[in-house]
Design a protein. Sequence first.
Length: 186
Amino acid sequence: MAKKPVVDKVINKDELKRRQQSPLVTPTDLKAKATRDIAGGLNAILADVFALYLKTKNFHWHMSGPHFRDYHLLLDEQAGQLYEMTDPIAERIRKVGGSTLRSIGHIARTQRVQDNDAEYVEPLDMLAELREDNKTLAGRLREVHDVCDEHRDIASASLIETWIDETERRTWFLFEASRRGDATGH
């Protein structure tokens, strides 16, 4: 005969209802609005990072031309950096009491980075598209940083500062790798 689980305390009906409606709510000192705002902003960033990761890998896999090796390795490095952002973003969402993305479909509904399903893209066009996507991501990270500042979420803001720096570095490398040699980069 199976033993009944030991219950440390009696749970009232309101507490039981709350747990059933939001069983994954992490305790936090942040107000409900802060949790909603921060988790919403970070989930949008997470979807964009997953979309940009896959686009970067797509271009990495389909790179061609005389600079193949350099571009191929650059994009692989950048994709790895993007992928490394995903778990800390998702965990931060959970730490502030939010719920994070659950599926590829959820990512697709949330992402703002546009996919590129073209059969062929010129190498310099790949770099330019990724440069613009990273530049846009940096701006979106700044927006979420402002939300974190507004709600005094120092930990999320600190992580975002690092991600902004990494995103600006990717933007810079993509810009420099695609320069054609004149002083303006055009």
